[in-house]
Write a protein that binds this ligand. Structure first.
Ligand code: MRU
Length: 351
C-alpha cells in the first residue's frame, strides 16, 4: 500500500511522498521539525484534507520533541500554541487540519504536565491514532460506498481523493478500491484537475498502480461525457462539509454536481467524519483558499497568459446539498441530505 505519510521511529522523523514530483519521480521527503512539516503542507508536497490533518498531528510532536533538550525550556502551553498556530496557518479550507491539531492539542493539555518529553510522547501516540483511524475510516467508506457501484460500470472522479490524500486507501478512490475488491469490473475516468493536475498526476498514478482501467480527460470534457452517459455517476472527496450538507471540495466539483443533476446521474461525496464541520451550517463561513496566480499563468514551466493579464485562482468551490445524491461516510451513506440526516447518521450534534 502507498505510504503517503509515515512516521520513521528509527530516525525520529516524518516521511511523506513528495506529491509535487509525481508521476515522474517517487521521492520521499523527511521532516525533522514542525517547520519542515508546515513547508510540506504549504508547498503541496502533501495535500488532500485527511492527509494534511495526519501530517500536522505529527508536526506537533516534532515541535515539542525538538525543544525538550533546550537549556532554557519554553513553557509547554506557550510552545504548544506556537506550534499549533504555525501548522494551522498552512492552508485554510480543509477542516481535517484544524480537527487533527485540536485533537492533539487537547490530548497534550489533558495530561496536565509541564514536562516536554512526556507531552511529546502523548502527541506522538495521538498522531499514530489519527493515522490508524483515518485508514479504518477510509476502509469503512469503501465498504458502504461500493454498494452504489454495479459490475461493469464506469465512474468519474475529480482531483485526488485517494491513498495520496489520506493515510492510505482513500475516500472516493477507496469506494472504487472496495468495489474492485468485491469483484466488480469497473472503469474510472479522472478529470485532469487544472491548475495543479491532481487528477492527471496523482489519481491516474495510484489507480494505475492498483491495476484499474483509468482514463484521464481534460476538465472541459466532463460535460459531454456525462451527457452521453459514458459514465454512470461521479464520486468526489471533500475538504469541509457543514452540518446542512454544503460541501467544499476542489474547484470544479460544483460544475460536476450541476452536470449530474441536469443529466439525472448520481453525484456522491465520500468523506470521513473528520471532514464534517458541525460548527458551520451554511457555506458563508467556509474560507476558500486562493492560491498564487502563477499556477494559472504558466503550464509546465511555460507562460500561457499574456504578461499583465489578471488571473483568479480559487482552490475550492462549494456544492449545495440539493445537488448531492448522498454523502458516503464511515458511519454509512447519508441520503438524502436533509439537515437532520447528517447528525443522525454521524451520531453527532450540530454545535
Ligand atoms: O488542493 P488539494 O489537492 O489539497 O485538494 C484536495 C481535494 O480537493 C480533495 O478532493 C479533498 O481534500 C478530499 S481528499 C480525501
Amino acid at each position: 500500500m502507498i505510504k503517503t505519510v509515515y512516521f520513521n521511529k528509527a530516525e525520529n522523523c516524518l516521511e511523506v511522498i513528495d506529491q509535487t514530483l509525481l508521476p515522474t519521480k517517487e521521492e520521499i521527503v523527511k521532516c525533522h521539525t514542525e517547520l519542515d512539516v508546515a513547508n510540506c503542507i504549504v508547498g503541496m508536497k502533501v495535500r488532500g484534507a485527511p492527509a494534511i490533518g495526519v501530517t500536522a498531528a505529527y508536526g506537533i510532536y516534532l515541535g515539542l520533541v525538538n525543544k525538550k533538550n533546550l537549556e532554557t525550556k519554553p513553557t509547554l502551553e506557550g510552545l504548544l500554541e506556537q506550534v499549533c498556530d504555525l501548522l494551522a496557518g498552512t492552508r485554510p479550507t480543509a477542516v481535517n487540519l484544524f480537527w487533527a491539531i485540536n485533537r492533539v492539542r487537547k490530548a497534550v493539555l489533558d495530561l496536565h504536565t509541564g514536562d516536554l518529553g512526556e507531552a511529546a510522547k502523548k502527541a506522538l501516540s495521538e498522531a499514530d491514532s489519527i493515522l490508524e483511524e483515518d485508514l479504518a475510516m477510509c476502509r469503512a467508506i469503501g465498504r458502504f460506498g461500493q454498494e452504489v457501484i454495479n459490475d461493469g460500470e464506469t465512474w468519474l472522479t475529480h482531483c485526488n481523493a485517494g491513498a495520496l490524500a489520506t493515510a492510505g486507501y482513500g475516500s472516493a478512490l477507496g469506494v472504487f478500491r472496495a468495489a474492485k475488491e468485491a469483484g466488480k469490473d469497473i472503469a474510472i475516468f479522472a478529470d485532469e484537475t487544472r491548475p495543479l493536475l491532481q487528477g492527471a498526476r496523482l489519481t491516474a498514478w495510484e489507480l494505475m498502480k492498483d491495476g484499474f482501467d483509468v482514463t484521464v480527460i481534460a476538465d472541459n470534457m466532463a460535460g459531454s461525457l456525462i451527457r452521453e452517459e459514458k459514465v454512470q455517476g461521479v464520486i468526489v472527496g471533500a475538504d469541509r462539509i457543514t452540518s446542512k450538507g454544503f460541501v467544499a471540495n476542489k474547484i470544479g466539483t460544483y460544475s460536476l454536481a450541476v452536470l449530474c443533476k441536469y443529466n439525472g446521474l448520481p453525484f456522491y461525496v465520500a468523506a470521513p467524519e473528520s471532514t464534517f464541520d458541525m460548527t458551520l451550517k451554511y457555506d458563508e463561513d467556509i474560507v476558500i483558499e486562493e492560491r498564487n496566480g502563477d499556477e494559472i499563468r504558466s503550464f509546465n514551466g511555460q507562460q500561457i497568459v499574456p504578461e499583465g493579464v489578471k488571473v483568479y485562482n480559487p482552490a475550492f468551490d462549494i456544492t449545495p446539498p440539493e445537488l448531492i445524491t448522498g454523502i458516503i461516510t464511515d458511519k454509512g451513506i447519508i441520503e438524502p441530505i436533509f439537515g437532520e440526516n447528517i447528525p443522525k447518521v454521524l451520531g453527532k450534534k450540530e454545535n
